[in-house]
Design a protein. Structure first.
Length: 291
């Protein structure tokens, strides 16, 4: 009954089903990888975001070398002063769907090292296109700032007006300054004492929602399985139709039905003959002549 599956036509169908299912598995695994990344980020936020700040001495390696991903969002206490003359704004920084800027300032610690602090977000201005209306100054004098560790951003192949940066690329920022700058990480401001008279808008807490990656991955896996289910159903229908045709041929030529389908079929109305008898042809001819 299923010998037709070895024909070139049905082997082609099987190959197409296998290719489609393989693509579904690939997309499903990709969504699972995305989910694993999202869960790792959620775990970092839950563990580090509101934990007790650690002193700079314990985080110096993170600022100096390369930030350990497990340390992202860790709160660090810094003591020193802002270098307000070297303040920059970073372009194209949307927040809650609104375009704007971020304000970054070098912060020189009492121990002599200099790190970058992202003090917050500013909306686009109405007075001068391409810049905020005003940029709040950081507090003068000695400041105690609590920041959250963040990875530096890659260099973007685009320029920026004077006093602005295309991204928080610490190496490019350091090249504009006349003193060393730690480029392994920067700090996103959580609080500062004493506070400034005016502050950029603080950053919202990162989302801890997992998203839809799991449901999407399960859908892709289901699509891959359904492709083979559809192939099997089509093959079964083809075999069933072939068995019925074989039974009809057996009845026409007076041979006993040999298929399982014939043995199990329910009684049905007599089938029409495929070829008319001689008597039927003669009657039809007379009817056509009006007799």
């Amino acid at each position: 009954m299923y010998r037709f599956l070895f024909s070139s036509k049905w082997l082609g169908y099987l190959l197409l089903a296998a290719i489609f299912a393989s693509a579904c598995v690939f997309l499903g695994r990709w969504q699972m990888d995305r989910r694993a990344e999202a869960l790792a980020e959620i775990n970092r936020v839950v563990t580090n975001y509101s934990a007790t700040p650690i002193p700079f001495s314990k985080a110096k390696e993170q600022f100096s070398n390369r930030l350990d991903p497990a340390m992202e969002w860790t709160q660090v206490e810094l003591k020193g002063s802002y270098l307000a003359d070297e303040q920059r704004i970073v372009r194209n920084r949307p927040l809650n769907g609104q375009p704007g800027y971020e304000v970054v300032v070098p912060f020189r610690l009492t121990t002599g090292e200099t790190v970058v602090v992202d003090r917050g977000w500013l909306p686009i201005g109405n007075k001068n296109p391409g810049s905020p209306d005003s940029v709040p100054e950081p507090p003068a004098g000695e400041v105690t700032a609590v920041v959250r560790l963040k990875h530096p951003e890659p260099e973007l192949q685009r320029g920026a007006p004077e006093g602005q940066l295309a991204s928080i690329d610490l190496a490019a920022y350091a090249a504009e300054l006349e003193h060393p700058l730690l480029t392994g990480a920067y700090g996103q401001l959580a609080s500062e004492t004493p506070p400034a008279a005016e502050m950029p808008l603080p950053f919202p807490k990162p989302s801890t929602e997992e998203g839809t990656h799991l449901s999407y991955s399960l859908q892709w896996f289901a699509f891959g399985v359904l492709m083979f289910v559809g192939f099997g159903y089509a093959a079964r229908q083809q075999a069933r139709n072939a068995a019925i045709d074989a039974e009809d041929d057996d009845e026409e030529f007076g041979r006993p039905a040999h298929s399982a389908t014939a043995a199990t079929r329910r009684p049905s109305a007599p089938r029409k003959r495929k070829h008319a008898t001689s008597e039927e042809e003669e009657d039809a001819l007379l009817d056509a002549q009006g007799y």
